[in-house]
Design a protein around this ligand. Structure first.
Ligand SMILES: *[C@@H]1O[C@H](CO)[C@@H](O)[C@H](O)[C@H]1NC(C)=O
Ligand SMILES: *[C@@H]1O[C@H](CO)[C@@H](O)[C@H](O)[C@H]1NC(C)=O
Ligand SMILES: *[C@@H]1O[C@H](CO)[C@@H](O)[C@H](O)[C@H]1NC(C)=O
Ligand SMILES: *[C@@H]1O[C@H](CO)[C@@H](O)[C@H](O)[C@H]1NC(C)=O
Ligand SMILES: *[C@@H]1O[C@H](CO)[C@@H](O)[C@H](O)[C@H]1NC(C)=O
Ligand SMILES: *[C@@H]1O[C@H](CO)[C@@H](O)[C@H](O)[C@H]1NC(C)=O
Ligand SMILES: *[C@@H]1O[C@H](CO)[C@@H](O)[C@H](O)[C@H]1NC(C)=O
Ligand SMILES: *[C@@H]1O[C@H](CO)[C@@H](O)[C@H](O)[C@H]1NC(C)=O
Length: 284
């Protein structure tokens, strides 16, 4: 289910019912939409909605994804596959340097439950010769040349500068797309790119990020839980005394919608969980 206005009603109904029944707002409450964009569970725009471990920001009706030193607009969200797409930084006009080079490109906080998926094709622009020693494709036929040749704003990257192409999914790029003096000074990214298509049929630039399925809501006491469906209890898997609202009465935790339900929902077994992110060797 894409985060569209149509789905808004589906998300709002349960929260309205819940709020009218219990004035105490638990963290599992879905977040209100940001402008016209639905904010699906577990993404969280305030400390009292979604799962606070999955914090994103809503600023002037735009959703933003914060990285360690920067933030990027969120272009789309797919809660069924736990994926969102951010818009990469543009080039500083008339240079072959992306605006986020001062932050060393996209750097995710690796203690948070977000990872870069293996669906992104990265074109690295204005690279140093050191990249020729990397496993990236920096040949004269590399896709980055096709991109530069067909992209007016990137023509400045053409003047004999080295460029390289790679697909994400390596362990060294599950949290970062690095941009720096000793590597490359610019990049762009395309989700699920078919390299056989002409550049004018490529998707808009985007970087796909996946989140881990959330655990049960953290609680301090029973009043943080919906007593009809869950009980606040010690989480045996966290040795540090963390309590969670565990489902009761044979209900099971549905991490997609963040509720206790009658039976396990498996909307997309292949699109979920940490196993989905492929680990391959890659040195950037
Ligand atoms: C929200 O949707 C309405 C109606 O489709 C549109 O007029 C408005 O510009 C949209 N607002 C934003 C922030 O996208
Ligand atoms: C390429 O990157 C280097 C190092 O950041 C920079 O000095 C140079 O101006 C860049 N080239 C262009 C055309 O922007
Ligand atoms: C990111 O921010 C931290 C703290 O503000 C700073 O120490 C670090 O140098 C910054 N890193 C980059 C790559 O900008
Ligand atoms: C990364 O996220 C953790 C958990 O929210 C936070 O405690 C930590 O300060 C963050 N690290 C940086 C460098 O921002
Ligand atoms: C991200 O990937 C690394 C290895 O590729 C894995 O160890 C880690 O658990 C993953 N984290 C998330 C949030 O998926
Ligand atoms: C680099 O990419 C081009 C275009 O996709 C391909 O034809 C070429 O075989 C690749 N080279 C290497 C070394 O992978
Ligand atoms: C890009 O353009 C240059 C100059 O026109 C040409 O020599 C080169 O073959 C083109 N490369 C690709 C991959 O299209
Ligand atoms: C999940 O992936 C496996 C192996 O690729 C495939 O056989 C199976 O049909 C997939 N299941 C669903 C529900 O897509």
């Amino acid at each position: 289910m894409e985060a569209t206005p149509t789905n808004l009603v589906l998300f709002l109904l349960p929260s309205i019912l819940f709020i009218s029944r219990a004035p105490h707002v638990t963290p599992a409450t879905p977040c209100p939409p940001c402008g016209n964009t639905t904010v699906p569970f577990p993404l969280s725009t305030t400390p009292t909605c979604g799962d606070p471990a999955y914090k994103i920001r809503c600023t002037t009706n735009t959703l933003l994804f914060d990285t360690l030193n920067n933030s990027y607009p969120i272009e789309s969200i797919n809660p069924k596959s736990q994926r969102l797409v951010i818009r990469p930084a543009p080039l500083v006009p008339n240079t072959c340097i992306t605006t986020d080079k001062i932050h060393q490109g996209i750097q995710l906080n690796n203690t948070l439950p977000f990872n870069i998926t293996s669906s992104n094709t990265i074109v690295y622009l204005n690279c140093t010769q050191a990249l020729l020693l990397s496993p990236l494709n920096c040949s004269s036929s590399s896709l980055c040349h096709t991109y530069i040749n067909a992209t007016a704003s990137a023509s400045v990257c053409n003047n004999g500068l080295l460029c390289c192409t790679f697909r994400t999914g390596g362990s060294s790029n599950s949290y970062q797309i690095r941009v720096r003096d000793v590597g490359c000074s610019a990049y762009s990214s395309f989700v699920n790119l078919n390299p056989d298509l002409p550049v004018n049929r490529w998707p808009q630039p985007g970087l796909e990020i996946q989140w881990l399925l959330p655990r049960e809501t953290v609680c301090a006491s029973q009043k943080d839980c919906d007593s009809a469906t869950s009980a606040c209890g010690l989480d045996p898997s966290s040795g540090s005394g963390i309590k969670r609202c565990f489902c009761i009465n044979d209900l099971v935790w549905d991490p997609i919608d963040g509720v206790c339900t009658k039976k396990a929902t498996s909307h997309d077994p292949n699109g979920s969980g940490r196993n989905r992110i492929t680990v391959a060797a890659h040195i950037v």
